[in-house]
Design a protein around this ligand. Structure first.
Ligand code: PLP
Length: 398
């Protein structure tokens, strides 16, 4: 058992209140810092990003935007329209610009797609990223497909196809790798699914974490975006937030049928990027940035692997296999996720995600993000401390 002292209980319950106000997302560290100044958050392992990439982007911003004063133009003038930025991305993605829709974060793309193209029924795998069912309009049927913990929350492809054939939805969603479980579907399996389910009107594949996944030691990114050529029901949704650690910039995009892109542009999503987002997209496709970014991406993958294996050695913590930059972990010794998360935050300043509000998870689950190497070491030491104390306490109390 993890025991909270009285003062810790008070803080834990204040955090809980902030969480409730934040809906299905964890409160940001800014909110917590503002409302609970007595808390010192040292590491935000709720937030899922490659923080080495953030430093890379910042370095460029300092040199090329701030020092040159180009920042003035970026904020004074209108940025380009959607299709101009799509054109910038086109060569890099190897996808025609007419198939690319730029969003102010992937959240906008999710909202635009689900509001405009889902008309009857949607199937989402749970646990999931909540906007996929929260954003659906009234009257649309949501079918939840529970991923099985016995199968490590991996998608069972044949069972899934059977479900889709039975339910006949117009939209299905696959997050690859999945948030919050980290489960990954290989590119060859995606191709197989697309072939089998060619009659489904909208097949959404959210690749917001695909940069952290790999299939062999080349660490090549296995995006399905190019398959748009053969499957016009495919909709790739991609956030730049996680891979590049730039949640504040709000940059994402979708790859979809050109008719769909055209429809969205005619219905209000024309001028939806900020100057900073446009600047970022132009930076992203440059060779120099790509070379540096690749190094940071592979470093992040390798350090995440090491981090997960360390976490897997903890007593009372079951770590599920993940191909993302975070892991889903289950407390198996009777401790609650609430007590574990509270203790880590209050005593060690380590903030991780309590998954008790995630539908599709029965039990005590947390999601832990891989941060920098130094931060990961602190997370491991703190978690071990909390869990070992919990274990010893349990033995004494018997
Ligand atoms: C975070 C996240 C998004 C949204 O990202 P933004 O670009 O910041 O809006 C979309 N999909 C998944 C699966 C995510 O985890």
């Amino acid at each position: 058992m993890i025991t909270l002292a009285d003062d810790e209980k008070a803080i834990a319950s204040a955090i809980k209140q902030l969480s409730n106000q934040a809906g299905s997302h964890s409160p940001s560290i800014f909110t917590i810092a503002e409302k609970l100044p007595q808390l010192e958050i040292k590491i935000d392992a709720c937030f899922l990003s490659n923080s080495y990439a953030t430093d890379l982007v910042l370095e460029d911003f300092r040199k090329e935007l701030i020092h040159t004063n180009k920042i003035k133009k970026v904020i004074e003038f209108y940025p380009s329209q959607n299709q101009v930025i799509a054109d910038v991305l086109s060569t890099h993605l190897n996808v025609p610009a007419r198939n690319i829709f730029i969003g102010s974060g992937a959240s906008e793309v999710i909202q635009a797609v689900i509001h405009n193209f889902t008309t009857r029924k949607i199937i989402v795998n749970i646990p999931t990223f909540s906007p996929y069912y929260e954003f659906v309009k009234e009257g649309i049927v949501v079918v939840y497909n529970r991923l099985d913990p016995q199968e490590n929350f991996n998608l069972n492809i044949e069972k899934y196809i059977q479900l889709v054939e039975k339910e006949k939805p117009d939209t299905i969603v696959l997050i690859n790798p999945n948030n919050p479980s980290g489960g990954y579907i290989k590119l060859s399996d995606i191709q197989y699914l697309l072939n089998r389910l060619s009659w489904v009107e909208n097949i959404i594949i959210d690749e917001s974490f695909i940069h952290f996944a790999y299939e062999d030691e080349n660490y090549e990114i296995k995006s399905a975006a190019m398959m748009i050529e053969n499957f016009n029901n495919l909709i790739i949704i991609k956030s730049m937030t996680k891979d590049f650690g730039i949640a504040g910039i709000r940059a994402g995009y979708g790859v979809m049928d050109k008719e769909k892109v055209g429809y969205l542009l005619r219905h209000g999503h024309l001028w939806n990027s900020s100057g900073l987002a446009e600047y970022f997209f132009r930076l992203y496709v440059s060779d120099k940035f790509q070379r540096e970014y690749e190094k940071s991406r592979i470093r992040c993958i390798q350090e995440s692997r090491h981090f997960f294996s360390e976490l897997a050695t903890m007593p009372g913590l079951k770590v599920y296999p993940s191909m993302a930059n975070f892991v889903l972990a289950e407390l198996t010794n009777g401790a609650t996720s609430y007590d574990f998360v509270s203790k880590l935050l209050i005593k060690y300043g380590v903030y991780i995600r309590d998954c008790s509000d995630k539908i599709g998870l029965d039990g005590e689950f947390v999601r832990i993000a891989s941060r920098t190497k130094a931060e990961n070491e602190i997370i491991v030491d703190s978690a071990r401390d909390v869990l070992q104390n919990a274990w010893e306490y349990k033995e004494v109390s018997y």
